[in-house]
Design a protein around this ligand. Structure first.
Ligand code: 21W
Length: 196
């Protein structure tokens, strides 16, 4: 799966190069392509945002710059997702659905958001990660990448297949590892005889 990420803060995605996702990238299971929207500003000060028409606080990301960044991807069959507080709240069903896409483009807004005209032009779906306010779409994009990655064949180990936990609605149970006694508390007897 190829995941293109359009953002003003590409350095925020550096943690994705680590751990399980990092390994998946090295194995070629996931291809992350992080694009700095600022690189597509034509303005001499590399301006990417401007004050909102009609007034109000904050700044709005310019449609022409976002559009150029999007066009630079030159993709035909990608699904473009705008991480937005107004979007549908992400759930496991949606995560699973997205994991079967060949290519997704994640558009991250910052400041007060992105000019509606470019949203209307390029976005297929808006997704939120929950009803609380963040400073931008970057953390939500990372949440989406992380959750979707778990469904891509080869990313997780054979044993930790997804059926085990969330997807089939089974409740999790308390888990234990060595030592057998910790702070005077013993691991439940029933687990001690079991071989993993
Ligand atoms: C938060 C941008 C609030 C804009 C005037 C008219 C992406 C997010 C975000 C953000 C506002 C997600 C407005 C859960 C989130 C995100 C930044 C409000 C709107 N002003 N999921 N309309 N929470 N947040 N301004 O915050 O970009 S997915």
């Amino acid at each position: 799966m190829k995941i293109d990420i359009l953002t003003l803060f590409p350095e925020m995605f550096e943690p994705l190069q680590k751990s399980i996702i990092g390994r998946a990238c090295k194995k070629g299971l996931i291809e992350l392509n992080i694009i700095n929207i600022r690189d597509f500003s034509t303005d001499k000060h590399q301006k990417v945002d401007d004050t909102p028409y009609g007034g109000g606080a904050g700044m709005v990301m310019k449609p022409d710059v976002v559009y150029k960044a999007f066009k630079s991807l030159n993709t035909k069959n990608a699904k473009t997702i705008y991480l937005s507080p107004q979007g549908n709240i992400l759930n496991q069903k949606k995560v699973k659905e997205l994991s079967s896409e060949e290519n997704i483009i994640l558009l991250c807004g910052h400041y007060e958001g992105i000019d509606q005209r470019v949203i209307d032009e390029i976005v297929d779906e808006e997704i939120s990660i929950g009803d609380y306010v963040l400073t931008g779409g970057e953390l939500p994009a990372m949440v989406l990448v992380d959750s979707v990655s778990r469904y891509i064949s080869g990313v997780l180990s054979e044993k930790s297949t997804i059926e085990e936990s969330f997807a089939n609605g089974l409740l999790e149970y308390p888990q234990y590892t060595r030592p057998e006694i910790f702070l005077n508390k013993k691991v439940p007897e029933v687990l001690l005889s079991r071989k993993s």
